[in-house]
Design a protein around this ligand. Structure first.
Ligand code: NG1
Ligand code: ZN
Length: 591
């Protein structure tokens, strides 16, 4: 029975795939040949590696996006970027119809297609067409965008070649941020309901909402309106300038690292600031100045300032989630709306943020596995789901019911002024947010509006709670898959004895917590520890690293966190240096 079904399916492409298309794919694919033996994997952020290895991947992702478009009968997005990675890298990811990340089964297809040797390519395509019963006569449309890397132009052309080889239509948005392309895809597939699928449409939707929100702020001085932005020398800077021209000076932005001089993500950007816990180079800031950093494709943001003693203060994704959820919760009370709000975090969220949200704010907190698609899914379970990774990638999701209730109340004429004001604020908050994915520009506008409305300085925001000192390290092992975890990656179930060892070490310190997990993007095991002092957090991270090394097949040396704290990278052997916490160091496999 099963065999006859399969053989029936195998015939499908011959009936549904027009003759000419086969020749065209063969012809075009020979212009984008796969280096024999190269193996890459589609991970949480698509494919990512040195740009020189990606031409065939881009062409094939153009093919795959066209198939996905036929399968879903919707427009699909393909973004060419390697986010916070160094300039010489690049990457690609597909965007599903409502602007969300590509669904898991198709991630597997992407990996299969990427790793198929040249002569097997047609068979691999037919296999996907068969499995998904794709009607090749249907129309297909793919939106393509790229970041500012020098390799992006030719790589996005390779994507377009793939789309055209399979008879798909394309729209090339050129230089856009990753979240802008997600936004375009959602606008297109919602037939304009989410907004107009143009950069101008994006700028005007977000800025109108921001201007409406900032009308609720009492008179602010130019100083209070001033924000320093580090554009990571990436696409965020020029795109922010376009938005700024709509802001009628309600926000006064000084953009640094705008790409005119420095190198992309080099000593700057959200990832550098978060990991190094220091300001980026290229930004001259004075004590108390409010600053933020985007990453290379502008889907992450972190805030920071230095105090009068010169100490650096970071306001990461956890602080951002706290500010936004507090604001929304207050508005819900004022509007008299009974909507369930939750904050979604990962195990990397600082323990102080979780405690503050649960105990003081009485907000539901959920913890998911690392990777925004997990947070996004969990956030969809609530009327309002605020999700942020500690590294500054996140957004807010409103359920259909929540949006309808807000719209209805905002239109209502028989409610008191306080309820009306809160309803209008909620309505504009919904509009300023890019719900498709974390968006540095949109998050920045929301944060700036909240600070203005609440009359809050960056120091007051920072003082909501104090972060517990923490440390992240990484350990190289021969096969990181030996570490299996449960409870949203907070406990290790294998190898035997590891979790018991961690539990024993954690008990030695106050307010301590530690967990280990295999990285999804690098060939390392990540170790996280927090405790009541930096010395304790460093010592705990180091001891847990030793336990991982001993019990999980460690390779090379284990780095001492204390060495990292005082003088990162110096006087260590090359091997020890490569074990330093530097999570987004260049690597040669995709994720
Ligand atoms: P891995 O390498 O799995 O820890 C990192 C980040 C994630 C996420 C992904 C994708 C940390 C600790 N991990 O994942 O949050 O952003 O990269 O970019 O920040
Ligand atoms: Zn990014």
């Amino acid at each position: 029975m099963r065999a006859s079904c399969t053989s029936l399916l195998l015939k499908l492409p011959l009936r549904f795939w027009p003759e000419g298309a086969i020749t065209k794919v063969l012809e075009k694919s020979s212009l984008h040949p796969k280096p024999a033996g190269l193996v890459l994997q589609y991970g949480t952020a698509g494919f990512r590696t040195n740009a020189k290895q990606l031409d065939h991947i881009m062409f094939r992702m153009g093919l795959l996006a066209t198939l996905r478009s036929r399968k879903t009968k919707a427009t699909i997005g393909v973004m060419v970027t390697a986010s916070h990675n160094p300039e010489e890298d690049n990457g690609v990811k597909l965007i599903d119809p409502m602007g969300e990340m590509l669904t898991a089964t198709w991630e597997d297809f992407a990996t299969q297609l990427a790793n198929t040797e040249q002569k097997e390519l047609l068979a691999a395509l037919k296999d996907i067409i068969n499995k998904e019963a794709i009607n090749m006569k249907l129309e297909a449309e793919v939106f393509v965008g790229k970041d500012t890397r020098s390799s992006s132009a030719s790589l996005s052309q390779a994507v377009l070649d793939g789309v055209h080889a399979l008879g798909g239509q394309s729209k090339d948005y050129g230089l856009v941020t990753t979240p802008q392309l997600h936004y375009m895809v959602c606008c297109q597939n919602s037939h304009g309901q989410y907004g107009e699928a143009t950069v101008e449409g994006y700028c005007s939707k977000l800025s109108q909402a921001f201007l409406a929100l900032s009308k609720n702020a009492s008179n602010r001085t130019d100083d209070q309106k001033h924000l320093f932005v580090d554009g990571a020398n990436g696409i965020g800077a020029p795109k922010l300038r376009e938005v700024e021209s709509h802001l009628k000076k309600q926000l006064q932005i000084s953009i640094f690292n705008d790409g005119s001089r420095g190198k992309l993500n080099h000593q700057c950007g959200a990832d550098f600031v978060k990991v190094q816990q220091k300001p980026p180079t290229g930004v001259e800031i004075s004590p108390g100045d409010r600053c933020c950093s985007f990453d290379g494709d502008a889907d992450r943001i972190v805030y920071y300032y230095t105090d009068s003693r010169g100490f650096f203060h970071l306001l990461d994704g956890d602080k951002i989630a706290t500010l936004i959820s507090t604001f929304l919760k207050e508005l819900l009370v004022q509007a008299g709306l009974d909507l369930k709000i939750a904050v979604v975090q990962t195990a990397y969220a600082n323990g102080s943020s979780t405690r503050y949200l649960e105990d003081t704010m009485k907000v539901i907190v959920r913890c998911t596995k690392t990777g925004v698609k997990h947070l996004h899914h969990a956030a969809q379970e609530f009327d309002i789901g605020v999700y942020f990774e500690a590294n500054g990638h996140g957004t807010v999701l409103f359920s259909k019911t929540a949006e309808e209730k807000v719209q209805l109340l905002a239109k209502s004429t028989n409610i008191n002024d306080e309820r009306k004001r809160a309803a209008l604020l909620l309505q504009n908050t919904v509009n300023v947010i890019n719900q498709t994915v974390g968006d540095a520009i949109s998050d920045m506008l929301l944060i700036e509006a909240i600070l203005a409305i609440k009359g809050m300085t960056v120091q007051q925001w920072d003082a909501i709670y104090s972060d517990l000192p923490n440390r992240q390290l990484k350990v190289t092992v021969s096969d990181r898959r030996v570490i299996e975890t449960t409870d949203a990656e907070r406990r290790a179930v294998s190898p035997a004895g590891l979790q018991e060892a961690i539990d024993g070490l954690v008990k030695k310190y106050k307010q301590a917590r530690s967990f280990v997990r295999p990285s999804g993007t690098e060939d390392v095991v990540r170790v996280y520890a927090e405790a009541d002092s930096q010395e304790s957090a460093d010592a705990l991270a180091h001891e847990v690293s030793l336990a991982v090394h001993r019990l999980a097949g460690g390779v090379g040396l284990v780095q001492n966190a204390a060495a990292r704290s005082h003088n990162p990278g110096s006087d260590l052997s090359p091997l020890a240096s490569c074990l330093l916490q530097d999570p987004f160091k260049n690597f040669t496999f995709g994720f």
